[in-house]
Design a protein around this ligand. Sequence first.
Ligand SMILES: Nc1ncnc2c1ncn2[C@@H]1O[C@H](COP(=O)(O)OP(=O)(O)O)[C@@H](O)[C@H]1O
Ligand SMILES: Cc1ncc(COP(=O)(O)O)c(N)n1
Length: 232
Amino acid sequence: MEKALTIAGSDSGGGAGIQADLKTFQELKVFGMSALTAVTAQNTLGVQGVFPMEAEVVAEQIQSVGEDIGVDALKTGMLFNAEIIETVAEKIKRFAWDKVVVDPVMIAKGGAPLLQQEAVSALKNHLLPLCFVITPNIPEAEVLTRMTIHSPDDKKEAARRIHALGAKNIVIKGGHDVNTNEAVDLLFNGADFEFFSVPRIETKNTHGTGCTFSAAITAQLAKVYLYMTRYL
Ligand SMILES: Nc1ncnc2c1ncn2[C@@H]1O[C@H](COP(=O)(O)OP(=O)(O)O)[C@@H](O)[C@H]1O
Ligand SMILES: Cc1ncc(COP(=O)(O)O)c(N)n1
């Protein structure tokens, strides 16, 4: 059975974070493992508390999993601060993991910060160059690129800029594009653009959509051989 690791925060409410990731891994029939970066107290009303782990605690969890069980693919979610980001980047390099999915979690849907502002540059400098796929939502893509995104062309330009930061494949998710009746995601692999669109489901209950999406990509990556050198 292929093995997937999530390096992310715990959501006590079970909708996002490692809980969403592990449920998705299980659904897609890969063996799920976790390295916890923070404990959050959350429910359907919002985030009531955030308690980050020491970077050393994150490092030890990744080390334990990496040196014994093995990792076919991994994703990162909430990383909270620069120290944790740098620790995660070091471990990815140390184990030479290549199927790395980065969900650059910044702010919970309720508005609570899940990444310190000063950690954005650590994310850009240390983690983006190591990732095979990055899955920002529109506000996260705006922070990473320092541009505003309104149109499909803006999404393309943002994807180009994120590619220039070192990410190999970029998916800009369209969940926050609430003025359309479709949810349109854009994939850019450094050469080609592809739009994926589905009818928008009219609901406010979208907590955890991004975590589930990036965990699904991770699970599927765990099962495939990366043979297309253009993507590597
Ligand atoms: N209301 C919706 N209807 C259909 N698909 C959605 C809806 N909201 C989000 N999605 C899809 O869910 C995935 C996660 O996107 P998004 O919600 O933007 O991420 P995040 O949780 O990081 O903000 C994307 O594939 C997006 O297109
Ligand atoms: C621990 C944790 N990780 C990630 C998210 C983001 O999920 P969303 O953007 O869907 O609220 C979250 N709310 N909590």
